[in-house]
Design a protein around this ligand. Structure first.
Ligand code: PLP
Length: 436
């Protein structure tokens, strides 16, 4: 039996993009066992922001591994966790300066929900259509990016209300008014009169489906990820902040995918001029080691009953050491600035492709979180083309993922260390694949 044949004993529940057996990664590249190399514009689904095996992160992990692997958070304090708190206090928007750590994005989402409930004494949560928050029971109930994440898993936890997200490219109001929705979407973050409609619907929800006194939190991705890389207007997030303030509801920002420099600021909320009450982080926080966390104001965290939440591994020493090195690398190598610059270059290059190819309905994004919506002549989603393009890109040495409810959005998530040549090479391969 060859090594790869053991794959038959892995659960089929892992939907697979490729059969690549990878040996090692470095920067923006992955190297396979068969000798092939790939430009990795998936980043392990937005995780390896510092690039694969950043030397500083690897050194920190090696050093910590020789000192202490596990110092359980209920039993002892360990240096890496305290150092991580110090590092995060420099980058998380004030006044969110009290932290809780766990292992995955979904766990951090669950933690935010539990905190919001105990802090407010309320039960319900408002989320947005197309949102993705994870696969544990509570997070799954908040997730509506695709039916397959929920199908067959009923009953889901209750108390969840789903409001529409501001998805400008497919905004029916703007289309009915004869506006160019791709232009509106590409100019994000932006304001347009119809952007108020999703906010009006949240207010309507608070009037009809539930009452504000029962709503603990409004939980939102500042830029929708799995839902299609959708950048809402700034007025959308600002309006949610206002609704929360009016009713004593906590605003929770799920920055699992948008955080750690991905969007051209350390956290995406900075670009929308909004400070949430709870901020959720994971993915890019530790360059690939399992770590996640939430940050909240002192007065909110103080209401979380000691012992009512926790976990054996949360804030693991090795992962925290990787987290500290990750934050330092992002800061010292000015990777946030690079993300903004390379993101602008990527969108410019893709806009050029859009002018030559009508299948690119929309090119949108913030920083290095860029989505290209592939459409047919009538504007309907073209999932088949997206699948072919991804496969051809892979054959030609470029790894990309898709997203969106109809699987027709190509997502570009290179590491923040990506350079001009790699961006141009990726777009060239993508354009060739479209024509192939
Ligand atoms: C916005 C967002 N929230 C939560 C999650 C869940 O994170 P994890 O897969 O680490 O549980 C994801 C994962 O893709 C995500 O993109």
């Amino acid at each position: 039996m060859t090594l790869l044949e053991n794959q038959q004993h892995l659960s089929p529940v892992w939907a697979r993009y490729t059969d690549i057996l990878v040996e090692r990664g470095e920067g923006a590249c992955l190297y396979a066992a068969d000798g092939r190399s790939y430009l990795d514009f998936t980043c392990g689904i937005g995780v390896t922001n510092t690039g694969h095996c950043h030397p500083r992160v690897v050194a920190a992990i090696r050093e910590q591994a020789g000192l202490l692997l596990h110092g359980q958070a209920n039993i002892v304090y360990h240096r890496p966790m305290l150092e991580l708190v110090a590092a995060l206090r420099n980058v998380v928007p004030a006044p969110l300066d009290i932290f809780f750590f766990s292992n995955s994005g979904a766990e951090a989402v669950e933690a935010s929900l539990k905190l919001a409930r105990q802090a407010t004494g309320r039960t319900d949560v408002i989320v947005f259509g197309g949102g993705f928050h994870g696969r544990t029971a509570g997070a799954m109930a908040l997730t509506t990016s695709k039916g397959k994440y929920r199908g067959g898993y009923a009953p889901l936890p209750s108390g969840v209300h789903i409001a529409p997200f501001a998805y400008c490219y497919r905004c029916e109001i703007a289309r009915a008014a004869g506006k160019n929705t791709a232009a509106i979407s590409a100019a994000a973050p932006h304001t347009s009169a119809c952007c108020n409609d999703p906010l009006r619907q949240v207010r309507h929800m608070l009037q009809t489906e539930t009452v504000p006194e029962e709503v603990a939190a409004i939980l939102v991705e500042p830029v929708q990820g799995e839902g299609g890389y959708i950048v809402p207007p700034a007025s959308f997030l600002q309006g949610l902040r206002q609704i929360c303030d009016e009713h004593g509801i906590l605003l929770v920002a799920d920055e699992v995918q948008t955080g750690f420099g991905r969007t051209g600021s350390f956290f995406a909320v900075e670009q929308f001029g909004v400070i949430p009450d709870i901020l959720i982080m994971a993915k890019g926080i530790a360059s690939g080691l399992p770590l996640s966390g939430i940050a909240a104001r002192h007065d909110v965290m103080a209401k979380w009953h000691p012992g009512s939440h926790g976990g054996t591994y949360g804030g693991n020493a090795l992962a925290c050491a990787a987290g500290v090195a990750t934050v330092q690398a992002i800061q010292e190598e000015r990777l946030v600035d690079n993300a903004a610059r390379m993101g602008a270059l990527l969108r410019t290059e893709l806009n050029g492709v859009q002018q030559r190819n009508t299948a690119l309905g929309d090119v949108r994004g913030l920083g290095l979180m860029v989505g290209v919506e592939l459409v047919r002549g009538d504007g309907s989603p073209d999932a088949a083309l997206c699948k072919r393009v991804l496969a051809t890109c892979r054959e030609r040495g470029l790894l990309l993922l898709n997203c969106g409810p109809y699987d027709n959005v190509v997502r570009f998530i290179p590491p923040l260390v990506v350079n001009d040549e790699q961006i141009r090479r990726a777009v060239r391969i993508f354009e060739e694949a479209l024509g192939a």
